[in-house]
Design a protein around this ligand. Structure first.
Ligand code: NAP
Length: 507
């Protein structure tokens, strides 16, 4: 039974701010219960409880935090299908996708637990004392990673499990030793409540202070703004729009004590089709790119929104085949009515942009909030002259950029702003152009792929899911994979400490 309550330091508490309900995007019906937004007093209570829990939680042994992460995973699994059913109602995502996402969520939690148990992540770096060194002795020096303090996480709309309340940012922050205050995404409050209660149960079962975890609801901006500005919060993780990310980032920076703000805000994930690769199998590329661009109604941060190729018969065949596939595409339900409306407006704007041709659009579905996949085309000269054509359309829409020649393809690559991914489709005969493009693409993207498609992010140690601005606010860290823990840590060097104060043993 959902209560519609905040979870503050482990305890359910009704809010008394503005009330909202989840909406089932498949039929536009509202879903009980009411969620009353958190009050400023509740935001304060959650943040202060996180601050008070930090001295304890930040000093737990890595093994203890591993046990917590494993307990959270087990609690989420124990909820069973009620979690999947509620997530389906709130997001319109199909059952199989959500079951897969639950597996990714619990897998991520266990991945961080394993990392902690291996012991390398918090291993001290020691430079032993050299008392006889000339001309001056060296003191004993130890560098250790320490958690930053309480972290605020904004649940993402597009991953109601794997990037929401117990998602990647939360798992990595708990692994680091940072208490969490999560702002639930208003698109899936019931899913958030179910997962939030599972985390609170795990915190209690592990004998940790309740302040290690709080969950707040709001469908406006008051709670998010207050969280980012609260003096107890020492870092923030956000996934969403550029507008939201930049507004909150500005608040984080303007604080008397500015704090790290990690926002993942969007990307058009360019795919470059080099000439030999496109000539070898234009239809095959069309099928593969169509599958990637429409996956999940295109609501992935890695959706390939920009396709770049050189004029010729292979490009004509590719465009015709892709257009035919897009016209036949199934129109899937989008995550929220707001995201659907933003998609519709962006598609209308692009359709009326001078020089842009609407090559294909799937038929009107006649049901609410369904994404009609779109394929646009433009010549490279027009693309290079109009910055709006490089903006993300969140949903199943791609822009095919037709280049006169290889030089113009290089110009398109050089014009790109920061991206999560960039892809080359190539054959051996494309080596020369590929060698030219590689340094450009690694300069703008966090992940460079060859002969694959950017959707489907591996959760592993080598993954980099981030990228230069405006893909994120800080391209030095990843939000996916074990390296994500680094964003919540800071190094401390301990110099000349007597044996009884040395921190090495804690590592
Ligand atoms: P959003 O509008 O940026 O909202 C994300 C979260 O931030 C929500 O909890 C939202 O709360 C909060 N928020 C936004 N602006 C705020 C502000 N100025 N002050 C305080 N809190 C603020 O994103 P969304 O609703 O999830 O999706 C909308 C768009 O985001 C999509 O159309 C897409 O362009 C982008 N998006 C990108 C990715 C990605 O992977 N890069 C993922 C999902 C979405 P409220 O909703 O209560 O305002």
């Amino acid at each position: 039974m959902l209560a519609g309550h905040q979870i503050i330091a482990g305890r359910g508490e009704p809010g008394s701010g503005p009330v909202f309900r989840a909406v089932n995007p498949a039929d536009a019906a509202t879903l009980a219960p009411d969620y009353a937004s958190a009050t400023p007093t509740q935001v304060d209570a959650a943040c202060n409880a996180a601050r008070d829990a930090f001295p304890n939680f930040g000093n737990t042994a890595p093994d203890q935090r591993a046990s917590l992460l494993e307990a959270v995973a087990a609690e989420i699994e124990a909820v069973g299908e009620a979690l999947i059913e509620r997530a389906m109602d709130e997001t319109g995502l199909p059952e199989a996708r959500l079951q897969g996402e639950r597996g990714r969520t619990t897998g991520q939690l266990r991945m961080f637990a394993e990392l902690l148990r291996q012991g390398d992540a918090f291993k001290p770096v020691v430079d032993a004392a050299l008392p006889d060194r000339q001309p001056a002795p060296r003191p004993h020096l130890v560098r250790l990673n320490r958690p930053l303090g309480p972290v605020a996480v904004f649940g993402a709309a597009n991953f109601p499990l794997a990037f929401s309340v117990a998602g990647g940012d939360s798992a990595s922050a708990l692994a680091a030793g940072c208490p969490l205050v999560v702002k639930a995404h208003p698109g899936h409050p019931g899913t958030s409540e179910i997962v939030g209660r599972a985390i609170a149960r795990a915190v209690e079962a592990c004998g940790l202070p309740g302040g290690v975890f709080s969950l707040l609801f709001d469908d406006g901006h008051a709670v998010g703004g207050a969280l980012v500005q609260h003096p107890a919060i020492k870092a923030v993780g956000f996934t969403g729009s550029r507008r939201g990310g930049l507004a909150l980032s500005a608040l984080a920076t303007a604080r008397p004590e500015p704090i790290p703000f990690h926002a993942e805000m969007g990307s058009i994930n360019p795919v470059f089709f080099l000439p030999a690769a496109l000539s070898a199998r234009p239809q095959g590329h069309a099928e593969a790119v169509a599958a990637s661009m429409q996956m999940g109604a295109g609501q992935f941060c890695t959706q390939p929104g920009l396709l770049v190729a050189i004029e010729g018969s292979a490009l004509d065949a590719f465009a015709a085949s892709l257009a035919a596939t897009v016209e036949q595409a199934v129109c899937q339900t989008m995550l929220t009515p707001g995201i659907f409306q933003a998609y519709q407006q962006a598609v209308e704007r692009r359709s009326s942009t001078p020089g842009v041709m609407l090559l294909a659009r799937a038929g009107a579905p006649g049901q609410p909030n369904r994404c009609r996949p779109c394929l646009f085309a433009v010549d490279a000269g027009t693309f290079l002259a109009d910055a709006s054509l490089a903006e993300e359309i969140f949903g199943a829409s791609s822009l095919l950029v037709r280049c006169r020649d290889a030089d113009q393809m290089r110009d398109v690559a050089r014009s790109l702003e920061g991206q999560l991914t960039a892809t080359l489709q190539l054959e051996n005969a494309d080596e020369s152009l590929a060698r030219d493009l590689m340094p450009v693409l690694e300069g703008v993207a966090g992940r460079v792929l060859c002969n694959g498609y950017p959707t489907g992010v591996e959760v592993c140690a080598a993954m980099m899911h981030g990228g230069p601005y405006p893909a994120t606010t800080d391209g030095r860290t990843t939000s996916v994979g074990t390296a994500a823990m680094q964003r919540w840590l800071r190094p401390v060097c301990y110099q000349g400490l007597p044996d009884f104060l040395r921190p090495e043993a804690e590592g």
